[in-house]
Design a protein around this ligand. Structure first.
Ligand code: SF4
Length: 211
C-alpha cells in the first residue's frame, strides 16, 4: 500500500440500509458527494452506499453533513441486514422481506454481540440475499419463514444450519433473538457464528432455543 493510499479513508451512509432510499434523499446525498468531490462511490455488497477515498481531515465535516441521512441503529444490534424486494416488489415473493428486515434491524441485545452478525432475508426459496451464508439467514416459503443460523460467506465459508421452518413473523423474530442469546452466552470473544456453530452444534442450539 503506498503512502497516498494510507492517508485515505472512507465513509458509509447507513441511511441506505437494505438498499432502500427515496429520490429526495439520494439527490441530497449526491449534492454532498459533489460538494466534497468524493473520489469514488460504491454500492456495497451489504446494500449500503460507501463514499471512498476521502482525505482524513475532510471526514468530520462530511459526516456532519450526512448526519440527517443516518438511520438510528439499535443498541448492541446486528451489523447489518440485507433484504430482497420480497412480496411487495418481486413477482416470486411470498412474504414481506423488507418489513421483516426492518424489524430485525431493531433487535437490541443487553451486551454487544461477540462479533459481526450479518443478516440476510429473502422473500422466497430463491434466496437472493444468500441466507445460507449469513450469520442469520431467513427465507420464505408459502408455509412461512425458515431460519438458518451460523452461515458465513468469507474466507472460511460455512453453510448455516436450519433451526426451524414454517415460522410466522413474530416467531422468527423471537427465535432469532434466542439464537443470538445462546451465541452471546457460549461463544468466545470475536468468534463469528460459523465458528461457534462448528463446535456447539445445531442439535444443542435447537435444544436451547426450541424447548
Ligand atoms: S429471493 Fe425471491 S422474492 Fe426475493 S428477490 Fe429473489 S426471487 Fe424475488
Amino acid at each position: 500500500m503506498d503512502s497516498e493510499t494510507i492517508q485515505k479513508t472512507y465513509a458509509i451512509v447507513p441511511g441506505l440500509n437494505m438498499g432502500i432510499f427515496v429520490p429526495k434523499d439520494l439527490e441530497s446525498i449526491l449534492q454532498i458527494i459533489n460538494k466534497y468531490d468524493v473520489p469514488a462511490t460504491k454500492i456495497t455488497s451489504a446494500q449500503r452506499l460507501a463514499l471512498l477515498g476521502m482525505a482524513q481531515e475532510e471526514m468530520a465535516a462530511l459526516q456532519q453533513e450526512l448526519k440527517s441521512h443516518t438511520r438510528k441503529t439499535a443498541v448492541n444490534g446486528v451489523h447489518y441486514v440485507q433484504a430482497c424486494p420480497g412480496l411487495k416488489w418481486c413477482k416470486y415473493g411470498t412474504a414481506d422481506s423488507l418489513a421483516l428486515g426492518t424489524e430485525l434491524e431493531k433487535i437490541s441485545m443487553e451486551k454487544p454481540l461477540n462479533a459481526k452478525v450479518k443478516v440476510g432475508v429473502s422473500g422466497c426459496r430463491m434466496c437472493c440475499t444468500e441466507p445460507y451464508v449469513r450469520d442469520v439467514g431467513i427465507f420464505a416459503s408459502k408455509k412461512g419463514w425458515t431460519l438458518v443460523f451460523g452461515g458465513n460467506g468469507g474466507g472460511r465459508p460455512r453453510i448455516g444450519d436450519i433451526v426451524a421452518e414454517n415460522l410466522t413473523d413474530e416467531q422468527v423474530l423471537v427465535l432469532v433473538k434466542k439464537c443470538l442469546n445462546v451465541y452471546q452466552e457460549d461463544s468466545k470473544p470475536r468468534s463469528r457464528t460459523a465458528r461457534f456453530m462448528e463446535h456447539f452444534g445445531i442439535d444443542a442450539l435447537k435444544e436451547r432455543v426450541l424447548a
